[in-house]
Design a protein around this ligand. Structure first.
Ligand SMILES: [Zn+2]
Length: 165
């Protein structure tokens, strides 16, 4: 971000509260680019056949596998968002059981991931529009190419704790 979204003047890096932040110095404008992270969900879905993963159809990491999830919509509860994303990407209706983790931003992508545990209650595994495939896996069947380190860590924990957390 180089210019002010409010008045289009150029932004300057200044110290606010001990941190360098891009801010607009126009007296009539008070814009500060706080650069707050966006929340996203990622959900560990249990089915009779195993843990559900989706194969990515779009960049980044096309053709790698990861947990279903995505951005939270305006006025949507995170748990509701988790269930919606799972349905859109996998065709499964789920019952969200609990929040099992939250990540700090700072791996080149400014998001906070909320990890949920859920179980499938109905529906058939069908890849949605932004997935090229979807599957349910036991630990020894997991694909080698699972992207996102934090997803891999949570998948590991899931199997280490027998999906109970
Ligand atoms: Zn401005």
């Amino acid at each position: 971000m180089k210019s002010c979204p409010q008045c289009a003047k150029s932004l300057k890096l200044i110290d606010i509260g001990g941190k360098d932040r891009l801010a607009c110095l126009e007296p009539a404008c008070d814009f500060v680019h706080w650069d707050n992270p966006k929340p996203v969900t990622a959900t560990l879905v249990t089915t009779d056949a195993g843990l559900v993963l989706v194969k990515r159809k779009f960049e980044p990491f096309v053709d790698d596998w990861c947990l279903p999830g995505g951005f939270i919509e305006a006025s949507e509860h995170p748990a509701e968002s988790a269930a919606r994303e799972v349905l859109e990407e996998t065709g499964l209706h789920v019952e969200v059981q609990k929040l099992v983790g939250a990540s700090a931003p700072g791996r080149g992508i400014n998001v906070v991931i909320l990890f949920y545990l859920a179980k499938a209650i109905k529906g058939d595994l069908i890849a949605g529009d932004d997935a090229s495939d979807v599957g349910a896996f036991q630990r020894d069947q997991l694909p080698k190419n699972i992207c996102f380190e934090l997803h891999r860590q949570m998948i590991d924990r899931y199997f280490s704790e027998n999906g109970s957390f």
